[in-house]
Ligand binder design. Structure first.
Ligand code: TTP
Length: 215
């Protein structure tokens, strides 16, 4: 495939409240990009069940079910084809596994058996190559900034999120994307300072998307 017709898949990653949705809304205006939004709506209404609220109300009871569903819904989005040269995903199956599942397990919320089942399922879903990424853009924001933004947007399910939870999730993102603890087949990672104003974040993100397509 020539470089002019080659298609790319990018995942925009970052802690809860780091600004992924606003960056995606901005990128959706570019003719280069087709944006695949995260299926949060399907998590708040799974045939009438709000599994996101259930997760926050009782993580021990619902952590496994939520993460099983998150992995499955994200894998479906990975498999979706797009017409534009760049497919941009909000999150990926990799952050569901390496950040959220990992965090629930290390916090002793997921049982060892549940962790192994989710991991086995994850390995199966990614093994065919349909979840491969060409680039990860990491919106790196401090947990304090994320908390402020979460409080401002006021998603009712997330009222129990505190700084401690965001700090542990921040550490999982850092292990995965900065310390590169998961090096097998990992795509390149570009870090964008997401503590900046959203205008600055847009400019930085646009630059990276354009660079990817022109190289
Ligand atoms: P995010 O994927 O972080 O989306 P967001 O809308 O909060 O992102 P941003 O503010 O940067 O635009 O999280 C959505 C919700 O789903 C959040 O409450 C965390 C939760 N979640 C999990 O609990 N487990 C998972 O595996 C994923 C992907 C999300």
């Amino acid at each position: 495939m020539s470089s002019s017709t080659k298609k790319f898949t990018i995942a925009v990653e970052g802690n809860i409240g780091s600004g992924k949705s606003t960056v995606l809304a901005h990128l959706s205006k570019s003719s280069l990009c087709e944006v695949i939004a995260e299926p949060v709506e399907s998590w708040t209404n799974l045939k009438g069940h709000n599994v996101l609220a259930m997760l926050y109300d009782d993580p021990h009871r619902w952590g496994f079910a939520f993460q099983a569903n998150a992995q499955m819904t994200l894998a479906k989005l990975h498999a979706q084809t797009t017409k534009a040269p760049v497919k941009v995903m909000e999150r990926s199956i990799y952050s569901a596994r390496y950040c959220f599942v990992e965090n629930l397990y290390r916090s002793k919320i997921l049982h060892g058996a549940e962790y192994e089942i989710l991991n086995e399922w994850f390995q199966t879903l990614v093994s065919g190559g349909s979840c491969d990424l060409d680039l990860i853009i990491y919106l790196r924001a401090s947990p304090e900034t994320c908390l402020q933004r979460i409080q401002m947007r006021h998603r009712s399910e997330e009222e129990s999120i505190d700084l401690g939870y965001l700090q542990t999730l921040h550490e999982r993102h850092e292990e995965w994307l900065i310390q590169r603890n998961r090096t097998n087949n990992s795509p390149p990672v570009i870090v964008v300072d997401a503590n900046q104003t959203k205008e600055r974040v847009y400019i930085d993100t646009n630059t990276h998307v354009n660079n990817l397509v022109s190289c």
